[in-house]
Write a new protein. Structure first.
Length: 183
């Protein structure tokens, strides 16, 4: 009986070591995307009017992040897990509105890239997932479990777009702080 207890305890410890959980979702500590090993930095849940909208996990290509996460020399991976149905227009409008709040972002310079990434999104349902992957010297790629869209080869735009969650002008300061472990 005691052996069985310790076996279950070891299994629980091992499971906890392989992933970290937010209030709503769990994320593995490491993940491979596009041939790059990524390490979990932080995770958060985005809520709006007391509703869980999505969970998000931030990964980088360094086991111990040093420097600015928006440095174009750091490859990044954002994993979104949606908790409710959201139409494409709300996703796109939210991204564009957040980009426009960044005083360093010049909308007209990146209109082509904004249109490109906006066209890739579709309506999401509960339990849908999206991934934003930035690979140094390759660009930003939006994907979901069923489809990978063409890469946008503009690292400056990629940093602004990822800045929706990670910059000093984010969609949510709380989400940014939890992703970057600033709390």
């Amino acid at each position: 009986m005691i052996r069985l207890f310790f076996l279950f305890l070891l299994m629980a410890i091992n499971t906890q070591a392989e992933e970290l959980c937010s209030e709503v979702s769990c994320y593995p500590k490491t993940i491979e995307r596009s041939g790059v090993q990524f390490y979990l930095v932080g995770k958060s849940d985005f809520t709006y009017l007391f509703m869980d909208i999505y969970s998000i996990g931030l990964y980088v290509d360094q086991p111990n992040l040093t420097g600015n996460v928006l440095d174009p020399q750091i490859s990044k991976f954002l994993h979104f897990k949606y908790h409710r149905k959201i139409d494409k227009k709300r996703i796109v409008d939210g991204a564009v509105d957040t980009l426009k709040k960044n005083p360093n972002f010049i909308f007209t310079e990146y209109q082509k890239e904004i249109d490109q990434v906006s066209n890739y999104y579709s309506d999401v349902d509960r339990d849908d997932q999206y991934f934003l992957t930035y690979i140094t010297n390759q660009g930003l790629t939006l994907s979901n479990p069923n489809q990978t869209f063409p890469t946008i080869n503009n690292s400056k735009f990629a940093q602004y777009y990822l800045g929706i969650w990670l910059s000093e002008y984010p969609l949510s300061q709380r989400v940014r702080s939890q992703l970057l472990k600033l709390d």
